[in-house]
Design a protein. Structure first.
Length: 405
């Protein structure tokens, strides 16, 4: 099946072999005009990709994957999302199932990352954010249709000739049943989340983990979790160890997002909608420059030095602030302002905890407060109720801490 160039399958003439997988080969192709008339909605001069299913080497599982891919492609085509590979139909030729899809002339994201790495380069931050936005947008559409991709990876993200992303290969995608529980370990080891590896129930957050692995790979040119065998990779993932982030040359905000997507506990990962909100916020704020990073680093060092003398007090107050943070519910953002106002009186009993609020804890609280657009109101209400007077030894909650230098 790997030497079919020039042959005619149905209304299509096969071109160069461009890929092959476990149960099929993918060829470039063009539609043939019969009697000078079109036989489908595909233009005659349009390049296509046709996946031929290898029926001789296919088993029952492969056939299930083919049927699933057709089902998901048909449903996704209804949305006509620009970042999901278009599906034009399927047919059989001499008993061989053939899937007709959009051809992406830019190769795969996997190959682009490796090509840059051989040159000692990596994907620029601006391009990274563009890819992330496109991929997350496509995944959001799938999740909106109750579809989990389950094999999101750089090899399944195609690039068009002009550099746009297209998600494809839905052979292991899963349409969530109303009462179903997903426990089957399907996917590629480098991108499989802890829940899938352990065979426990999982949901759309499995795709968020895979997207986190994809982002790490884009940022560093390396897998987030690697090993010489599937068992080694699984062991690294199950250890809960966070991948090394020093290789990531992007802003701290992006590093933090990747780490959040790779949270061991699925409930701690952002939804795909949360990832898209990050992208929008990032676009509004703009990428932070390296100079800004160095200044922030110096400021962090100064703050660390100034608080060394009050370690014991800080630890106690951090514990109090942690108990407050744990009660913030991101799903009820509209209630958080009222919560802040209600809790302001109690904060007095915490020995003015906000004056010593641990900065890491503050950054965890900030996205929730920012989402309900009341961080400034909440800050002023609390500080007024506590009669706070800022001085050089205290850190007050302020959005100024998050602005560019």
């Amino acid at each position: 099946m790997d030497k079919l160039e020039g042959q005619v399958y149905g209304d299509y003439k096969l071109g160069k072999l461009i890929g092959k997988g476990t149960y099929g080969h993918v060829y470039r192709a063009r539609r043939i005009l019969k009697n000078g008339r079109a036989t489908s909605t595909v233009f005659a001069d349009q390049e296509l990709a046709i996946k031929l299913i290898d029926i001789q080497n296919s088993n029952a599982r492969h056939w299930e994957m083919v049927e699933r891919e057709i089902e998901v492609l048909q449903r996704a085509e209804e949305k006509k999302h620009p970042n999901i590979v278009s599906f034009y139909g399927h047919f059989k030729h001499n008993g061989v199932p053939c899937l007709v899809m959009e051809y992406c002339g830019g190769g795969t994201l996997y190959q682009k990352i490796r090509d840059l790495k051989t040159e000692g380069k990596f994907i620029k931050e601006e391009d990274f954010m563009s890819y992330l936005s496109q991929i997350a947008s496509a995944v959001e559409v799938l999740h909106g249709m109750d579809i989990i991709h389950r094999d999101l990876k750089t090899k399944n993200i195609m690039l068009t000739a002009d550099g746009h992303c297209k998600i494809g290969d839905f052979g292991v995608a899963k349409v969530i049943e109303l009462a179903g529980i997903n426990t089957k370990g399907i996917g590629t080891p480098f991108y499989m989340c802890p829940e899938v590896i352990q065979g426990i129930p999982y949901d759309q957050k499995a795709d968020v983990w895979s997207l986190g692995c994809t982002c790490y790979e884009m940022a560093t040119g390396c897998y987030a979790f690697d090993g010489k065998s599937v068992q080694e990779i699984n062991a690294v993932v199950k250890s809960g160890k966070i991948p090394e982030t020093t290789k990531i040359q992007y802003s701290d905000e992006i590093k933090n997002l990747i780490i959040q997507m790779l949270s061991y506990n699925g409930a701690s990962r952002p939804t795909i909608g949360g990832v898209l909100r990050f992208v929008e916020d990032y676009k509004e704020k703009g990428a932070k420059s390296k100079k800004s990073k160095s200044k922030k680093s110096k400021r962090h060092k100064d703050e660390t030095t100034s608080t060394t003398s009050s370690v014991d007090t800080s630890l106690k107050l951090q514990e109090s602030s942690a108990s407050i943070a744990s009660r913030f519910d991101s799903r009820k953002a509209s209630d958080n302002k009222a919560f802040l106002e209600k809790e302001s009186a109690k904060l007095q009993a915490y020995e003015k905890v906000l004056k010593y609020l641990d900065k890491d804890m503050f950054y965890k609280l900030y996205p929730v407060m920012k989402a309900m657009k009341c961080i400034e109101d909440g800050r002023r209400d609390i500080q007024t109720s506590l009669n706070m007077e800022p001085d050089a030894s205290t850190m007050l909650i302020s959005t100024l801490d998050l602005q560019d230098d």
